[in-house]
Ligand binder design. Structure first.
Ligand SMILES: *Cc1c(COP(=O)(O)O)cnc(C)c1O
Length: 487
């Protein structure tokens, strides 16, 4: 089908063509052999494309237009909080005083940056109900691992050998992965019929070997664990700690706090909740917060304030698990999060969460007569639907996701959580207008109708993309990224 789209030509190279013009060299050329070890000197010139500047610009601009981002359109990818990132965050992160400092500068010359780190630590502690925060971890999974290493240090300091971490079957895949990486054994417990932690299963699972329970609340079904205080009591009475996966804090800001629910350790994903552009692998920031009994184990150093009003890096922390990231975390992301918190303020952050929850409930309600909602009722910032009703027409959730591409939407998260058949996990976020939500809902209704009347239209989608159905496993595991792949 000729969609009228210009084909992307990859091979633009012409021998001798260059994209620069430099004045003649007016200093003696250094002899390569005198400054580069012999084993590292190239024997043959690098095989680089020979192109001129216009070709380079057009090539990369064209490629960038094939990428889908929040700035192109609606992106309801559940559990990922793909919300609009205010551009003022980018402005502050690029301020010369932040962007051009070096981590080896004397602390007297970076007092402003230290003040920002110190204030952000405190802001996040207040927001999560924790006593102290480290900004070092570079992602959510990294925060989880850091938290679990602290939990390990805590139990060891008490002479206890606790080797098991409990996770519910709806948990995010990083939870058992982090627990394993931190040297624990993972125990998975089934959710109950309402999609919540099964209290009896939890009681049966805890014991003298329980190191921690890892939980997301609201959980990955978008539901708030109503028995969270009882859950905390069961785990604490067994001598375990509670870990809060706060990657998605978009539903709770200013409304409730993990610290008040009984959690001992939490990480937040600043690149989700605090609106850093994300996707494509980073950079991110996954600060961890802890209750006072775990403060000694926090990664070091921590930004601290002296009584004379000057800031410093507190390195004198003998029980710390050590450094988990070079320097002090992904500083630029922390500047964005600081800006986000300051521009919204406490009332604004609460409003963010209220609107995120309202948008999700509005969408779930309008879609409920067209798709299966396995756990109806009130959801939080996201909800899970099932495409199982379309199977009778030979249409699966994957087909619905592919068909959405033809309408210019990024599909929702599919086939996660694992405990819902043919699942679609939709997170509209607070930054979308009612008109956008309605357009998406109408499209989803239209696709459900197509599935019933012309299923082959849905199973054959997408029609308007550069490539159609990919071998997604191989595309992720063995990507062909060089310029001779010839798509
Ligand atoms: C995104 C996410 C994570 C992992 O965060 P990364 O920054 O990708 O490592 C963990 N838990 C939940 C619930 C998430 O949504």
């Amino acid at each position: 089908m000729n969609t009228g789209e210009k084909a992307l030509i990859f091979e633009l190279s012409k021998p001798g063509r260059i994209a620069y013009s430099l004045p003649a060299c007016d200093v003696p050329e250094a002899e390569a052999a005198s400054c580069i070890p012999a084993s590292m000197i190239r024997q043959v010139p690098a095989r680089l494309p020979e192109v001129y500047e216009v070709d380079v610009i057009r090539h990369y601009t064209e490629l960038s237009r094939r990428n889908f981002g929040v700035d192109n359109g609606f992106y309801p990818l559940g559990s990922c909080t793909m919300k609009y990132n205010p551009k003022i965050n980018e402005d502050t992160a690029r301020l010369s005083g932040f962007a051009h400092i070096h981590p080896y500068q004397p602390v007297t010359s970076i007092q402003g940056a230290l003040e920002l780190l110190y204030t952000l630590q405190n802001d996040l502690a207040v927001l999560t109900g924790m006593d102290q925060v480290s900004l070092q971890p570079a992602a959510g999974a990294h925060g989880e691992w850091t938290g679990l290493m602290m939990i390990r240090a805590y139990h060891e300091s008490r002479g206890e050998n606790r080797s098991k971490v409990i996770v519910p079957d709806s948990s995010h895949g990083t939870n058992p992965a982090s627990a394993t990486t931190a040297g624990f054994e993972t125990i998975t417990i089934q959710s109950d019929a309402g999609g919540m932690v099964d209290l009896d299963a939890l009681r049966a699972a805890v014991g003298s070997d329980t190191a921690a329970l890892m939980l997301t609340n609201p959980n990955t079904l978008g539901l708030f664990e109503e028995h969270i205080l009882e859950i905390a009591q069961i785990v604490h009475e067994a001598g375990g700690l509670l870990y809060y996966d706060g990657a998605n804090s978009n539903a709770i800001m200013g409304i409730t706090r993990p610290g008040d629910m009984g959690f001992d350790v939490v990480h937040m994903n600043l690149h989700k909740t605090m609106s850093t552009p994300h996707g494509g692998g980073g950079p991110g920031a996954g600060p961890v917060g802890v209750k006072s009994k775990l403060i000694p184990y926090l990664p070091k150093p921590i930004a601290a304030l002296r009584s004379d009003g000057t800031y410093y890096f507190d390195d004198d922390r003998p029980e710390s698990i050590g450094r988990v990231k070079p320097f002090y975390g992904n500083f630029g992301i922390l500047v964005r999060a600081y800006t986000y918190i300051r521009t919204y303020g406490p009332e604004g952050l609460r409003q963010v969460s209220e609107c995120a929850v309202l948008n999700a409930n509005y969408m779930m309600h309008r879609l409920s007569s067209h798709y299966d909602i396995p756990y109806p009722g009130v959801c939080k910032h996201e909800f899970v639907m099932s495409g199982r009703g379309l199977k009778a027409y030979g249409v699966r959730t994957l087909d619905v996701a592919k068909r959405l591409l033809d309408f210019g939407y990024h599909p929702p998260t599919i086939y996660f959580p694992l405990n819902v058949e043919e699942s679609m996990m939709i997170e509209p976020t607070e930054t979308e207008s009612k008109e956008t939500l309605d357009r998406f809902i109408d499209t989803m209704i239209q696709i459900a109708e197509e599935a019933r009347t012309t299923p082959e239209l849905v199973t054959g989608a997408p029609y308007g993309t550069v490539v159609r159905r990919l071998d997604e496993t191989n595309a992720a595991r063995k990507p062909v990224l060089n310029c001779s792949c010839g798509i």
